[in-house]
Design a protein around this ligand. Structure first.
Ligand SMILES: Cc1cc2nc3c(=O)[nH]c(=O)nc-3n(C[C@H](O)[C@H](O)[C@H](O)COP(=O)(O)OP(=O)(O)OC[C@H]3O[C@@H](n4cnc5c(N)ncnc54)[C@H](O)[C@@H]3O)c2cc1C
Length: 367
């Protein structure tokens, strides 16, 4: 989120300090999965439209970034397969085909929600995984998280208006005086975009008296990377919280656990083994595939589950940009652009949904 914000600041010629407590891209965004999953096409809402527009626009944003840096972000609109183990699920899924026809369109582009009796490709998911068929959607995509962050960082390292400070934690923000302590040094700012992942919540909370509940929390997730001889264009498989994502270079990512309680944020354990076993059961090509990496990180989940963005109601110089929880990669470029437009008092041509506003989250935490 913060990297995209700095990219948009650079494009608008805004002098910016990008401060990270650790290494750039070393937080939750430095993981393995990178699934870009649309919401269901039924019960259409402002929120679903915003996410749809973001997922569609990401393709061009990434192409631009790749052209500017000469680096690949590992992006591909490879679609998604959802096995339907029960007949009633098939009936519900068939109802969504028309919803997708109506809502999943952008100009001339159309994306589909097909319901099929058997998988659309051979040699990937076991046909028995979908006893009542499969959904195949053509909107979902994937990106390689570390390749994307590397491309964003490469862009920023050659930026004219962005100064990078790594291993420089922000330890104090005085939004009314417009000062922050970064790596022990006090600097002055006109606007401060708080984009510190789950660590944004305590930072924002300190500046928001009267809350009855926390503004958000970290949710741990574990994932694994396997090496297999597979076609990188294969669709992402999604079944009951299990994701199997085919990446470039013979890599397949498997995720993710969702843990509200944990002792060690970075360790992996038997919960990840269970996910790998479940993936191997439905994808024969992974049965003997070696695990090349196990990884865990903390997702930022805001109190209302939605992303948290916008001007702090009591501190207008402070702009929140966090809370992407499980869908940050598909939204970050748009939310970051909105945050920079808010800082510059300019119109981006789009607005994040009301439920994303930090003021909505503060209201929820005050009840
Ligand atoms: C296992 C797992 C699988 C996931 N899969 C997907 C997926 O498939 N698709 C998807 O869209 N999302 C997925 N997510 C969620 C996604 O990774 C996160 O929502 C996203 O990375 C959050 O980005 P962020 O920029 O808000 O936070 P982060 O990437 O965590 O970045 C926050 C940065 O702030 C820095 N920081 C913290 N405190 C301070 C401070 N005081 N001063 C300065 N810097 C500070 C940190 O060092 C860090 O670099 C997954 C998450 C996990 C854990």
């Amino acid at each position: 989120m913060g990297l995209w914000a700095a990219v948009h600041a650079e494009r608008r010629g805004i002098d910016t300090i990008l401060a990270d407590a650790g290494q750039l891209g070393g937080g939750a965004s430095g993981g393995l999965l990178g699934a870009l999953m649309p919401h269901m096409p039924d019960r259409w809402s402002e929120k679903k439209q915003f996410q749809f527009d973001a997922l569609v626009s990401l393709e061009a944003e990434i192409a631009r970034l790749e052209a500017e840096t000469g680096l690949s972000a590992g992006y591909r609109r490879s679609g998604r397969l959802i096995p339907l183990p029960k007949p009633h699920l098939s009936k519900i899924a068939r109802g969504h085909c028309e919803d997708a026809e109506r809502h999943w369109c952008a100009g001339e582009r159309r994306f589909q929600w097909h319901v099929l009796d058997s998988p659309p490709v051979n040699g990937w998911i076991e046909p028995s995984a979908g006893e009542s068929g499969f959904v195949h959607d053509t909107l979902a995509a994937r990106v390689a998280p570390r390749s994307l962050t590397a491309a964003l960082i490469a862009f920023l390292r050659q930026a004219e208006h962005v100064r990078i400070q790594e291993h420089a934690a922000v330890t104090g923000v005085d939004p009314d005086r417009g000062t922050a302590v970064i790596g022990g040094e006090t600097i002055a700012f006109r606007h401060c975009v708080v984009s510190a992942g789950h660590q944004s919540f305590p930072l924002l909370q300190q500046l928001t008296p009267g809350l009855k509940r926390p503004l958000g929390q970290p949710v741990k997730g574990q994932a694994a990377l396997l090496k297999a001889d597979i076609d990188p264009a294969l669709p992402t498989i999604f079944l009951d919280g299990l994701y199997v994502v085919a990446h470039e270079g013979g890599h397949v990512a498997i995720g993710s656990t969702s843990e509200n309680r944990f002792d060690d944020p970075t360790s992996t354990d038997a919960q990840l083994d269970a996910l790998i076993t479940a993936a191997r059961e439905i994808v024969p090509a992974l049965r003997d595939a070696p695990v090349v990496e196990r990884w865990a990180g903390l997702r930022p989940k805001a109190i209302d589950r939605d992303p948290m963005i916008g001007r702090h109601p009591d501190h207008p110089r402070l702009i929140a940009l966090t809370g992407g929880f499980k869908v940050s990669f598909g939204l970050a470029h748009r939310l970051a652009e909105a945050a920079i437009c808010i800082a510059g008092d300019t119109d981006c041509g789009f607005l994040p949904p009301e439920s994303f506003a930090i003021s909505s989250h503060i209201a929820a935490a005050s009840r």
